[in-house]
Design a protein around this ligand. Structure first.
Ligand SMILES: [Zn+2]
Length: 364
């Protein structure tokens, strides 16, 4: 299978355009048209992981964390990043990373963490702005159904768990065909007035080019009249962190014990226990201290994340239980998530999870 075919469903799920500005998700080594017959999936791609991929004949490594993150000035084997890249190139192994774009979808990294502790009713904690637009297109009444169908099949009209959402209103469209035109109706040089429907649909920005192409293909007019409007509405499925509820409230020590068991931890760093049970939980895989304020504002009883610094623990301010379960701890199951998604689309394509434990932090 070509790398671009293998990666397409991942990027439909978590479009690269959703990654943060500082990030470097995407194909880092190899070509989109290269053929691969097996993929190794991991959290961190290290030299040991590359050797493991080579041993098992995996032509691509799909990692959550990008190997090239800050830019390179040489490729001569200085340091672990350069050695990993050189090893991949020498073995002819492609490297692909799906990082903050997978953090920013509600069914991504954080959904996997939430599932491990049984959180229900998941929604994004900090919706990413600028994700939604509205398309308004004017179509002759006779072709309104065809245009609507085309928009829906290209991904327009999805609102939460509802799809095929649109609004239509009837009106009168006027136009005068100029010389050299082939009008759908009317005469050259004479004003036409035709009954038209104004069709409105909302959509997620990464789908825009597919939606416009579908609209043009289904619309009978030579010149399609349409408007694209930027919306200030938040997309409930796109953004940082998630919020959900436990099926039943737990006393705080039970909750910490649940975290320990679910993530195989020997210790959790947390703020002082509060005088209330845990029901609503916010969480963010990896370095999520930047969301402590959002978790408090959302009324979370606990906020679970990683890489919390000393002074950041003070920000909990007695309002929630802040628990740091470690970066590796929180994101260790991301590779299972990626593998499951690939397996749903390509049930016969060979994928394997790394057996290399890449957590650089040990506890004594
Ligand atoms: Zn991470």
């Amino acid at each position: 299978m070509k790398i671009k075919e293998l990666i397409a469903p991942l990027e439909q799920w978590a479009p690269r355009s959703l990654q943060e500005d500082y990030d470097n998700s995407g194909l880092q080594v190899g070509g989109w048209d290269d053929d691969v017959s097996a993929a190794l999936i991991c959290l961190d791609c290290t030299e040991a992981v590359v050797e493991e991929a080579a041993k098992h004949g995996c032509g691509i490594i799909i990692s959550h964390h990008p190997v090239i993150f800050r830019g390179l000035k040489s490729l001569s084997g200085n340091g672990p990043v350069e050695r990993t890249l050189l090893a991949a190139i020498r073995h002819g192994i492609a490297l692909y990373a799906i990082h903050t774009n997978l953090d920013n979808v509600v069914d991504g990294v954080n959904a996997e963490i939430a599932a491990r502790i049984g959180l229900e009713n998941l929604r994004v904690l900090d919706p990413k702005p600028g994700q939604l637009r509205k398309l308004v297109v004017f179509a002759p009444t006779s072709h309104a159904d065809a245009v609507r169908d085309a928009l829906f099949s290209a991904g327009a009209g999805q609102v939460g768990a509802y799809d095929e959402c649109s609004f239509s209103s009837q009106g009168l469209g006027t136009f005068r065909p100029g010389p050299g035109t082939t009008p759908f109706s009317g005469q050259h040089g004479a004003r036409s007035a035709d009954p038209e429907l104004r069709i409105e649909v909302i959509y997620h920005v990464p789908r825009e080019s597919a939606i416009l192409a579908a609209m043009h293909a289904a619309h009978p007019y030579e010149e399609v009249a349409y408007d694209i409007l930027q919306l200030a509405n938040a997309h409930q499925g796109i953004g940082a962190g998630v919020l959900g509820e436990l099926p039943k409230a737990l006393v705080q020590r039970e909750f910490l014990q649940l975290l320990k068991e679910a993530f195989g931890l020997t210790a959790i760093r947390h703020t002082a226990l509060l005088d209330r049970p845990i029901s609503r939980v916010a969480l963010c895989g990896g370095s999520g201290a930047f969301l402590i304020g959002k978790a408090k504002a959302a009324g979370a009883d606990a906020y679970v994340t990683a890489d919390v610094k000393y002074h950041e623990f003070f920000e909990a301010d007695g309002r929630l239980l802040l628990a740091d379960i470690g970066h590796y701890g929180s994101e260790q199951f991301t590779m299972h998530l990626i593998r499951r998604r690939l397996g749903e689309v390509f049930p016969t394509f060979a994928t394997r999870l790394t057996e290399t434990v890449t957590d650089p932090i040990h506890h004594y």
